[in-house]
Design a protein around this ligand. Structure first.
Ligand SMILES: Nc1nc2c(ncn2[C@@H]2O[C@H](COP(=O)(O)OP(=O)(O)OP(=O)(O)O)[C@@H](O)[C@H]2O)c(=O)[nH]1
Ligand SMILES: [Mg+2]
Length: 446
């Protein structure tokens, strides 16, 4: 099969000090041969003058690297060019590459896709790599780098080999059983082991919500009546002017998000439209979105201003997430020293976005909440819904195998189904249909 040779700018936005162009495919070496006239030693950086192959014009002096396959990121022949990161430099080099026969620009994630196709990494490692590139906080980085290094895959491989071993022993057991009365003790041991494995799977699943929250950020929705001070609080916590604040009730309509890094834990703070019986269509849509985000949130902050505390308030909407009542605008003379019953509940926090009073308490409580919601990050845990779905399939088959009341052959077959489901997580068993979705998460050049 002949493959195109693909190329892309693999480093970020221009201009920059140094930009990295990456080339992968059977004709990768041609780029260096035609532009610099020579191929450097494998894996040794070499400074070369790169010329336009057609005109002979000097394009740049760049550090060039040559990685003959299969010992390369993609498993194919790879060339990396570290050039000066000016827009015109990069554009000229990309144009020159595009003229080489068999070359075309890479699609998003295509380098990693080729690495997967050539068994340089499995799906879990590829996803870990995508997460690492998107990691914004320290805890996210730790989780991603561990998954990329194969820690999560090792867990599922371990489970899988235990299942395969159990099945082999059961099959040995029912071969015996025909001959004479071999006691069921071997099988008993196997089913005890199967139950232990199921307990491990349950514990793993229980922790995976936290791991997914760590990937996507703990979602905290700010909710309240119009003018409660939601956007002001968002701006105060973010320490920048993200959302428009006015004294007009109904200022915010769109959902506005801010990503925070609280001691390494990611938290997404979501500002929403104030909740009331709205007249206008736009505001009604804003309120619908506010309630939808609150329904999905991990935590809701229900803001009440002194007006509401004085008794004109409506209660926080019913949501499944915990709700913290936050009394705002405590710098105003009307602010009550304690709740006057308007909300029913004594507020959990009292603060002023204007003076900053009480803000530190709320922020540190949010940090603690995020840490708890994420849970332990020391053991590898399923980080995506895709993983959890296959683990659930494996668990179901394992349960069917354990529950008995059926011929041993069928129970052994259940163990095989469970092992296959686990194999799909790392892409060891049929995942063709998934690949486009997974690799589209990458940026071009990765
Ligand atoms: N004194 C005082 N005024 C505040 C404080 N926080 C907000 N305000 C004022 O209250 C008004 C409404 O503030 P916003 O932050 O826009 O309120 P909101 O809840 O986002 O309002 P909507 O987007 O309309 O739902 C503005 O005039 C703010 O300046 C505060 O801590 N102290
Ligand atoms: Mg607002």
């Amino acid at each position: 099969m002949t493959q195109d040779t693909i190329y892309a700018l693999s480093s970020g936005g221009l201009p920059t000090g140094v930009a990295i162009l990456r080339i992968s495919g059977p004709a990768a070496r041609v780029a260096l041969e035609t532009m610099s006239g020579r191929l450097p030693e494998p894996r040794m950086a070499s400074l070369s003058r790169l010329r336009d192959p057609q005109t002979g014009d000097l394009l740049d002096a760049a550090l060039c690297l040559w990685f003959p396959g299969p010992a390369s990121f993609t498993g194919e022949d790879v060339v990396e060019i570290q050039c000066h990161g000016g827009r015109a430099v990069v554009a000229a080099l990309l144009t020159a590459l595009g003229r080489i026969p068999g070359y075309r620009p890479a699609e998003a994630g295509e380098f990693t896709r080729r690495a997967f196709d050539n068994d340089r990494l499995d799906l879990l490692e590829a996803e870990g790599l995508a997460d690492l590139i998107h990691a914004e906080t320290e805890a996210q980085r730790r989780q991603a780098v561990s998954q990329m290094g194969g820690a999560l895959g090792a867990v599922y491989d371990g489970w899988r080999s235990r299942l395969i071993r159990m099945r082999a022993m059961i099959e040995a057991d029912f071969d015996f059983a025909d001959e004479d009365d071999v006691p069921g003790s071997v099988a008993d041991g196997i089913w005890a082991e199967a139950e232990r494995l199921r307990d491990e799977i349950d514990a793993h699943l229980a922790r995976s919500r936290g791991a997914e929250r760590l990937r996507s950020g703990v979602q905290v929705a700010l909710l309240g009546r119009p003018n409660a001070g939601k956007s002001s609080l968002l701006n105060a916590i973010a320490q920048r002017d993200v959302a428009i604040v006015t004294e007009e009730a109904g200022t915010t309509r769109d959902v506005i998000e801010v990503h925070l890094d609280l001691d390494g834990y990611p938290l997404t703070l979501i500002d929403t439209a104030g909740i009331r019986e709205a007249e206008g269509q736009v505001e009604r849509e804003g309120i619908r979105r506010a309630l939808a985000r609150a329904a999905d949130a991990d935590l809701v902050l229900w803001l009440t201003d002194p007006d509401a505390q004085a008794g004109h308030a409506r209660a926080a909407p019913e949501v499944s997430a915990p709700v913290w009542t936050v009394a705002t605008k405590q710098d105003l003379p009307g602010a009550a020293p304690s709740g006057r019953g308007g909300e029913g509940d004594e507020p959990r926090f009292r603060l002023s976005a204007l003076t900053g009073e009480g803000l530190a308490d709320l922020i540190s409580a949010l940090g603690a909440f995020a840490r708890d919601a994420v849970g332990s990050t020391s053991d590898p845990v399923a980080t995506r819904d895709r993983h959890r779905r296959w683990i659930a399939v494996a668990r179901e088959s394992l349960t069917a195998a354990i529950s008995g009341g059926r011929p041993l052959e069928l129970r052994a077959e259940d163990l095989r189904t469970a092992a296959d489901a686990l194999g799909r997580i790392a892409g060891r068993v049929g995942v063709e249909d998934l690949l486009d979705v997974i690799f589209s998460e990458f940026c071009i050049g990765k």
